[in-house]
Design a binder for this molecule. Structure first.
Ligand SMILES: Cc1cc2nc3c(=O)[nH]c(=O)nc-3n(C[C@H](O)[C@H](O)[C@H](O)COP(=O)(O)OP(=O)(O)OC[C@H]3O[C@@H](n4cnc5c(N)ncnc54)[C@H](O)[C@@H]3O)c2cc1C
Length: 371
């Protein structure tokens, strides 16, 4: 029951940090709740995506870019260790425009971000005829005007990623304790004691990475993080022969052949039911892009909750009142898995987040109160 570091939450964020710590020879225990928890790691779209990220915080774009750069190595090492093919493809990805107005608005938004970052272009606008040449197996609907193309964007099998991270932690000597809820966190001179219904787990440092439950857990150690859920519904088709060489925001073909269509953005609280309206909205847009999808059978629909901060950017912090307690919450935990296993894991080990991550501290939400 005693570890060097205890990670609370075994979703993609907690597991990536736990894996990075285990790689750094730490004795890691990951406490992971139950199947009835909200679990974005098991409900997401699987994009490794940087295009357009950080419109309100350029540092988030740089952070995502860095993670995308690390992904190749991260995936190769993890695959080697776990024996699991993560199905990573990082050859670029599209955001389709269904009118000239959408296309020009997209260009303007990406150009603005590009200028703010001092011009590290990783994207280009692609007109319809080029789009057709890049997707020779696809007949696009008449509304498709073009797309933006992010060169570093890609996709992965997010469930294989999660199971590989869990396997990786265990192969490196760490422990995953499933179906176990952290309830109470206490600290004393010797470190932290985390109580579950049946046991007490001790460690000199803890990382709270429990998705939407992080808010209540963080509050126990002076880490007050504002979070909100946002529902995303996803549709999945039957298996098709490979037709989509690149993933797109909202439309990607998996290596098994299914096409994933997603995801809605719905502010409906902690409601994870799927709806006909959600399915209709997703299908309508997908059919405008590729009308031939109307002949394809849908085999699944699910809903999951995004873990969002007020500005949708990540929160990383160490408690000032309980040093040694860290928190890591974000949307885009798939994209950021590589950098979480590197930079965040190293920071937890060092006992301090690097100053460059100060921008992600939750105190940014207190600005008006402080003023
Ligand atoms: C519809 C949808 C689409 C998405 N698409 C993408 C995408 O394309 N690309 C991308 O990068 N990201 C995407 N995301 C986001 C991504 O899924 C998450 O960022 C990622 O799963 C990481 O989440 P997490 O680990 O913080 O939280 P979760 O996955 O929610 O994991 C939290 C874990 O903590 C555990 N837990 C909770 N409370 C306790 C407790 N008290 N004690 C112990 N354990 C506890 C839970 O059981 C759970 O396993 C998407 C999300 C959604 C919902």
């Amino acid at each position: 029951m005693t570890s060097d570091i205890l990670v609370i939450g075994g979703g993609t964020v907690g597991a990536a940090i736990g894996y990075g710590l285990a790689q750094r020879h730490q004795k890691v225990t990951v406490l992971d709740g139950g199947d009835r928890d909200y679990r974005a790691a098991r409900a997401n779209f699987g994009l490794v995506w940087i295009q357009g990220k950080g419109a309100n915080m350029p540092e988030y774009q740089l952070w995502s870019q860095r993670s995308a750069e690390l992904w190749g190595n991260f995936s190769a090492k993890l695959q080697n260790l776990s024996g699991r093919d993560l199905q990573l493809e990082q050859n670029g990805g599209f955001v389709f425009s269904l009118s000239e107005t959408e296309f020009e608005a997209r260009r303007t938004a990406l150009q603005k971000l590009h200028n703010e970052l001092g011009g590290s272009a990783d994207w280009e606008m692609v007109d319809r005829s080029r789009l057709e040449r890049m997707n020779p197996g696809v007949t696009f609907g008449p509304d498709v005007y073009g797309a933006s193309f992010g060169h570093q964007d890609g996709h992965v099998n997010p469930l294989f990623l999660l199971s590989a991270l869990h396997a990786g932690i265990e192969r490196l000597g760490g422990k995953i304790v499933s179906s176990t809820q952290a309830e109470k966190i206490r600290s004393d001179g010797a470190g932290f004691a985390v109580e579950t219904q049946t046991n007490t787990f001790r460690a000199s440092r803890i990382v709270i990475a429990a998705g939407l439950s992080s808010q209540g857990l963080g509050a126990q150690v002076g880490l007050d993080v504002p979070l909100r859920p946002q529902r995303g519904q996803i549709l999945v088709t039957e298996r098709l022969t490979p037709v989509l060489p690149f993933p797109a925001s909202g439309l990607r073909q998996t290596q098994e052949g299914t096409v994933m269509i997603g995801a809605t953005n719905e502010d409906v609280g902690y409601n994870v039911t799927t709806t006909g309206a959600g399915a209709a909205k997703l299908s309508a847009r997908a059919l405008r892009i590729i009308p031939a999808l109307s002949n394809v059978t849908l085999v699944r629909q699910w809903a999951g909750l995004r873990v969002l901060s007020p500005d949708n950017c990540p929160i990383y912090a160490q408690s000032e009142t309980h040093p040694g307690a860290f928190i890591a919450v974000c949307h885009s935990g798939i994209t950021l898995a590589a950098i979480h296993a590197e930079i965040i894991a190293q920071a937890v080990l060092d006992g301090a987040l690097p100053p460059t991550l100060e921008v992600f501290h939750q105190r940014r939400f207190n600005v008006s109160k402080a003023a």
